[in-house]
Design a binder for this molecule. Structure first.
Ligand SMILES: [Zn+2]
Length: 296
């Protein structure tokens, strides 16, 4: 086994165990894309969020606290970056010297922030606090401070240690203690300015309109049918299910990436190798493209 293979296996084990630790602490997690020398794993040459947006069509709504789902995701995508949704949290995303300067000005005004769980990012750090009331993603109430962003609540997420940053560095915890409560002065400043109502980052990656009602129901029943396949017939079942699901994609009933992603995860759950499953699904979707299925 080459050194490179060994390294990536170690990294994969680290990622899934970090994900399961977060789940154990009650945080929902989701698989993110991975940055590489050739760009983002999403394969979009124009991707501007390399390694920072969700995988396989999974959006923030699908973030999970279920260890089985989390294990299946990293079985399917062993090097997927680890996303943590910010339910009950507020994260200060402090970018570089400018961010530190902005943060210092607010600490002067509102009082110092307590030491808390923190991680190094590409060029700065994340400070992670718990909140007494939900806050969203915004910097509005703080003005528009240079180098300082907030991520919070069910519409916010961050890449978490040991995810890979596109700079080639890994996110790294610099303080592992449990997150401290956001001081009341800070909470009130953000509350009164209505941060909870002015969420600026919309969940673009899980557009519920991309599924029709028919498509969602048909996909669920097809995935259910696939799971009941007997051990000897799973490859055949995957081909059949992928073809039928591909027909729904062709019919405009469900989005391609999400449908493929969900079937890949189910294939992983029954023990089919991820690479093979992805190839079978891709070919079946191609074959099904001429046979669209829709309710009419
Ligand atoms: Zn991308």
């Amino acid at each position: 086994m080459g050194e490179r293979t060994l390294t990536s296996m170690v990294e994969a084990a680290d990622l899934v165990s970090a994900a399961l630790r977060l789940v154990g602490e009650g945080h929902p997690v989701l698989p993110l894309q991975t940055p590489g020398p050739a760009g983002c794993s999403c394969a979009d040459p124009d991707c501007t969020r390399a390694g920072k947006h969700p995988r396989g069509g999974y959006g923030l709504r699908h973030a999970s606290r279920d260890p089985a789902a989390v294990t299946a995701w990293w079985h399917t995508w062993p090097t997927a970056n680890l996303g943590m949704r910010c339910d009950g949290l507020l994260v200060f995303d402090v970018d570089g010297d400018q961010g530190e300067e902005s943060l210092g000005q607010f600490e002067y005004e509102l009082g110092p922030l307590p030491t808390t769980r923190a991680q190094r990012t590409g060029d700065g750090r994340h400070l992670i606090f718990t909140t007494s009331r939900p806050l969203g993603n915004s910097t509005g109430p703080l003005g528009n401070p240079a180098g300082l962003d907030l991520r919070g609540g069910r519409r916010g997420y961050i890449a978490y240690t040991p995810s890979l940053h596109h700079s080639g560095r890994r996110y790294q915890l610099i303080d592992e203690r449990p997150s401290a409560r956001l001081p009341v002065e800070w909470q009130e400043r953000l509350d009164t300015a209505g941060v909870a109502r002015t969420q600026i980052e919309v969940d673009l990656w899980a557009d519920p309109n991309a599924f029709t009602r028919y498509g969602r129901a048909a996909l669920s029943s097809e995935l259910g049918r696939f799971l009941t396949a007997q051990p000897g017939g799973r490859n055949t079942a995957l081909c059949l299910s992928a073809f039928r699901i591909g027909q729904l994609v062709a019919g405009g009933q469900i989005p391609y990436t999400q449908a493929a992603g969900e079937l890949e995860v189910y294939a992983g759950l029954v023990g089919l190798p991820a690479n093979e499953a992805a190839g079978v699904i891709r070919r079946a979707f191609q074959a099904a493209a001429s046979y669209p299925r829709s309710p009419h």
